[in-house]
Design a protein around this ligand. Structure first.
Ligand code: PLP
Length: 388
């Protein structure tokens, strides 16, 4: 992109490819370089060249990613962190003080619950859980007692529940709460929570944004200047920043996010339909299926339905065997890479919520559907089911 900017608002894919990615003015290199330097020369004390002083407070490669993150989520401020949980932690500590309460949805990544229940609760932060796919339950919970933060994942991990973001934002704001949406599963290519009224978007960029299972990272995006300032202060003061190479890899991943999400969604839809018709499968959770209770809502607030499909087998032992018997779907933690992954949430990603209100069904397997040839993926699943 030339450094001149256009007054016309740009489309998602244009922003993903170009935002923060101006060519290097010193060499003309089209791809901005990775800046490894931890420190920056000063022309006299305090005479900074481009505002950079020390790698924790700022780094040009991280700035490039943060501009790109803000642009793809349609926010004014993007902040990049060492992991999704580091981003969550910075946000929570920027906003909460002891005595505050978080209202959390009842299906979220196990680590988010662990952070709140086992790290922040001992510091005096309260936690209440509610099913946020049911807005009347949210309204009742907030009427009973206000919360400082309302926190939701939609689609949720691992049950793919859908929450009405605009409705949740209205309820949260009426109660004076900050409304946070973890947009990791949809990615900004499919859903923009800020445009629907959310205050902050959280990402594990380890997943779809990085997109290749080779970099751990996290992000916050918001339009709230004061909140961005507080979170930026914590990023600097507590130091959970992304390193330059991690930032650069994430930047590269984001450039192809739109086309990847299209293929992830197409493959996941075909797989969800195949599994729905299979006699060894008890239930399929995928918002792209018309039988999904959140289908209409997902169709209204997402442009596609994403790449995650969860499936219930006859019982826990069968689900474990299924998870261990695919060959193309690799049994591994995480999701959102170009390669298909298989997860058994009860003992893997969600082991930390066992025995809590957020416990996931034992008979559940979660599939992160990659961008491979869909016929090969279906054959792999068909063979694994036949062998059960
Ligand atoms: N949010 C969601 C929805 C996740 O699935 C994860 C990780 O799996 C996280 C947040 C935490 O991100 P990270 O593993 O990058 O710390």
């Amino acid at each position: 992109m030339s450094q001149s900017s256009s007054a016309t608002p740009r489309g998602f894919d244009t922003r993903a490819v170009h935002a923060g990615q101006e060519f290097d003015p010193t060499t003309g290199a089209v791809i901005p370089p990775v800046h490894f330097s931890t420190t920056y020369a000063q022309d006299g004390i305090g005479g900074l060249h481009a505002g950079y002083e020390y790698g924790r407070s700022g780094n040009p490669t991280r700035t490039a990613l943060e501009e790109q993150l803000a642009a793809i989520e349609g926010g004014a401020h993007g902040l990049s962190f060492a992991s999704g949980l580091a981003a969550e932690d910075a946000l929570l500590r920027a906003v909460l003080t002891p005595g505050d309460e978080v209202l959390l949805s009842n299906d979220v990544y196990g680590g988010t619950y662990r952070l709140l229940a086992r790290v922040l609760a001992p510091w005096g932060v309260g936690l209440r859980i509610v099913d946020m796919s049911d807005l009347s339950a949210v309204a009742a919970a907030l009427e009973e007692r206000p919360a400082r933060i309302v926190w939701v994942e939609t689609p949720s991990n691992p049950l793919l529940r859908i929450t009405d973001i605009a409705g949740l934002a209205r309820l949260g704001h009426q109660a004076g709460a900050l409304v946070v949406v973890d947009n990791t599963f949809a990615s900004p290519a499919l859903q923009n929570p800020l445009a629907l009224g959310a205050d902050v978007v959280v990402h594990s960029t380890t997943k779809y944004l990085g997109g290749h299972s080779d970099v751990v990272g996290g992000a916050l995006v918001t339009n709230d200047d004061a909140l961005a300032e507080q979170a930026k202060f914590l990023q600097f003061a507590a130091g959970a920043v992304s390193g330059p190479l991690d930032a650069w890899l994430t930047t590269r991943g984001i450039k192809t996010l739109g086309v990847r999400m299209q293929r992830h969604s197409e493959n996941a839809q075909a797989i969800a339909e195949f599994l729905s018709g299979h006699d060894r499968v008890a239930r399929v959770h995928y918002p792209g299926l018309t039988s999904h209770p959140g289908h209409d809502l997902a169709a209204a607030q997402m442009s596609r339905f994403g790449g995650i499909v969860s499936v219930e087998l006859a019982d826990g032992a069968t689900a474990r065997r299924f998870a261990e018997s695919t060959r193309l779907f690799q049994l591994a933690e995480s999701l959102g890479g170009v390669e298909s992954l298989m997860n058994y949430p009860d003992a893997m990603t969600h082991a930390s919520v066992r025995g809590t209100e957020l416990a996931v069904p034992e008979e559940l397997a979660r599939l992160s559907v990659g961008i491979e040839s869909v016929d090969d993926l279906i054959t792999d699943l068909d063979e694994a089911l036949a062998g059960l």
